[in-house]
Ligand binder design. Structure first.
Ligand code: FES
Ligand SMILES: [Fe+2]
Length: 368
C-alpha cells in the first residue's frame, strides 16, 4: 500500500515509490538531538530507527523494535550504557545490539541472553549528522572494514564557519535527486532580487566527466549571473567551482578563489519509498571575519531550500495521479545519467558488471 504522509501544508500526499539503494550510508538525524541519556527516533528507507549517544560519546543506531515482542525500543529507557525495553526490561548494549540481561530468567533457565541481538546498524558522526549504514535486505552483518568510508564535507583549512539546512520532501527520492541536479528550474523557482530573475536566463555550456558511480561538472568559472558568485569576485582572484554527483544521493560543490573557499554537501535521503528529505551542510572561510555572516547565509540558504520544497510539494500533488513524464536533452541529461548509474548499481547487486553510462567527457548546453 502506498505510504501516506502529511506535508507542512497539511496536504496528504500519496506519491509513487522508488527503488531504494541499500548497502550505503545515509544521514539519519542531527547529532545535537542525541543528548545525554536521551533516545531519538528516525526513519531511513522505511526502517524505523532509535538513536542515542553512549556515555563515552559514541553514537549508535538500532532498529526501533525489541527482538522479544517488537515494541519500539524508543519507548524504553537509556542510562548512557544500556537501552532497556519498557515491556519486559531486557537490556541491550546499543552499539552491538547485544542483549545483556533478561530480568525474567531464573536459575532454572539455560537461555544465554548474550546470544540474542537487537538489530544494530553501523553509525558514525560526521559534520553534525549521525550517518547510518543500511545493509541490503539479506546481506547480513558486515564487518566495519567492508563498508565504504563515511561521507564527509570537504574542508580546506582549520578555520571555517558552517551551517546546516533541512527540508522534508513529499516525493520519492528519485524526484528529490533529479530536482537537485536540474539546471533549468533556477530562473523560475529561485527568482529573487539577490539571486537572479527570469530575465537573466542565458545560454550555458558545461563540461561533464564520468567519475566512479557519478559525474562531475568539470572545474569552471561560475556563471556571471549568479549573485553569490559575484560576491566572491571582491577578492579579485579567479573563482572556480566543481560540482560532483555520486550515488546514492550526494551532491558536493566546492568553490575556490585563492585561499578562500566554500564547500557544501547536499544529500537527498529516502525516508520511505515515497518520501525523502534534503539535508545541506556547508562550510566556508569566505568573509570569515564579517559579523552576522552565518545567520545571513542561513537565511538565504533556507529561503533557497524552501523554494525547492514548495515546488516539490506542488509537484507531489501532480504525481499522485501517475502522469507520464519526460526527460529532455540536454537539460535533463544529468537526470538520465542518474537513472542509468542507479540501474547499474542495482544490477551490480545482482552480480552484473557495473557499466558507467558516460564514455568520456561531454559538453552539455542549456539556457538558465
Ligand atoms: S518486548 Fe522487549 S523485553 Fe519483551
Ligand atoms: Fe533548486
Amino acid at each position: 500500500m502506498p505510504f501516506l504522509t502529511t506535508t507542512e501544508a497539511g496536504v496528504p500526499i500519496q506519491g509513487p515509490s522508488a527503488t531504494l539503494i541499500y548497502d550505503d550510508w545515509y544521514p539519519a538525524l542531527r547529532t545535537d538531538r542525541l543528548r545525554k541519556s536521551k533516545l531519538a527516533k528516525a526513519m531511513l528507507l522505511g526502517i524505523p530507527l532509535v538513536l542515542g549517544r553512549r556515555g563515552d560519546g559514541r553514537v549508535f543506531a538500532l532498529r526501533d523494535s525489541c527482538p522479544h515482542r517488537g515494541i519500539p525500543l524508543s519507548e524504553g529507557w537509556f542510562d548512557g550504557q544500556r537501552v532497556t525495553c519498557r515491556y519486559h526490561g531486557w537490556e541491550f548494549e546499543p552499539c552491538s545490539g547485544r542483549c545483556e540481561l533478561i530480568p525474567s530468567l531464573s536459575k532454572h533457565d539455560r537461555l544465554d541472553a548474550t546470544r540474542i541481538y537487537a538489530t544494530a546498524f553501523a553509525c558514525e558522526e560526521r559534520d553534525g549528522h549521525a550517518w547510518v549504514f543500511i545493509p541490503g535486505p539479506g546481506s547480513g552483518r558486515r564487518s566495519p572494514g567492508a563498508q565504504p568510508p563515511v561521507p564527509e564535507l570537504a574542508k580546506f583549512g582549520p578555520r571555517y564557519r558552517n551551517a546546516f539546512l533541512t527540508a522534508d520532501l513529499p516525493c520519492n527520492v528519485d524526484h528529490g535527486i533529479i530536482g537537485l541536479m536540474d539546471p533549468a528550474h533556477g530562473p523560475f523557482v529561485h527568482q529573487a532580487w539577490w539571486w537572479r530573475s527570469r530575465a537573466s536566463i542565458r545560454e550555458k555550456t558545461k563540461r561533464f566527466e564520468p567519475i566512479p558511480e557519478g559525474f562531475r561538472m568539470s572545474a569552471h568559472a561560475p556563471s556571471g549571473n549568479s549573485a553569490p558568485y559575484k560576491l566572491l569576485g571582491v577578492y579579485g582572484q579567479p573563482v572556480e567551482t566543481t560540482i560532483d554527483f555520486v550515488l546514492p544521493n550526494r551532491r558536493t560543490e566546492v568553490i575556490r578563489c585563492g585561499d578562500k573557499w566554500f564547500s557544501s554537501l547536499t544529500t537527498v535521503t529516502p525516508v520511505t519509498a515515497s518520501t525523502c528529505r534534503i539535508d545541506v551542510v556547508a562550510a566556508w572561510n569566505v568573509f570569515y571575519h564579517v559579523p552576522l555572516v552565518t545567520p545571513i547565509a542561513k537565511f538565504f540558504g533556507a529561503r533557497f531550500v524552501r523554494q525547492d520544497q514548495i515546488t516539490m510539494i506542488q509537484q507531489a500533488e501532480g504525481l499522485r495521479h501517475n502522469p507520464s513524464l519526460m526527460l529532455i536533452d540536454d537539460a535533463d541529461k544529468p537526470a538520465k545519467w542518474y537513472f542509468a548509474l542507479k540501474q547499474a548499481r542495482l544490477d551490480a547487486a545482482g552480480g552484473t558488471e557495473p557499466r558507467h553510462p558516460m564514455d568520456g567527457p561531454v559538453e552539455l548546453h542549456w539556457r538558465s
